[in-house]
Ligand binder design. Structure first.
Ligand SMILES: [Zn+2]
Length: 77
């Protein structure tokens, strides 16, 4: 059972070390988080669809950004 403290890395159990599990949690959370769209300015509409590909569900714009994190700085006008 995944505990609260272990978060997403709880599936690893006691394996792979504390630091690595902490990194995994951070990456998992940023990749699952929804982000604000830099095109239509709608909040929390950009989701990760694939490796480095992010899509806005509102205006259907696709973005190429970080593999596991959405970098808004890439799309500043
Ligand atoms: Zn949009």
């Amino acid at each position: 059972m995944a505990t609260k403290k272990a978060k997403a890395a709880g599936k690893f159990g006691a394996r792979y070390g504390k630091k690595l599990r902490a990194i995994y949690n951070k990456v998992f959370e940023t990749s699952k988080k929804q982000h604000n769209c830099p095109v239509c300015a709608r909040e929390e509409s950009v989701k990760r669809t694939s490796f480095g590909i992010w899509e806005c569900k509102n205006c259907k714009t696709k973005f190429a950004s970080g593999a596991f994190e959405f970098r808004k700085a890439d799309f500043k006008k």
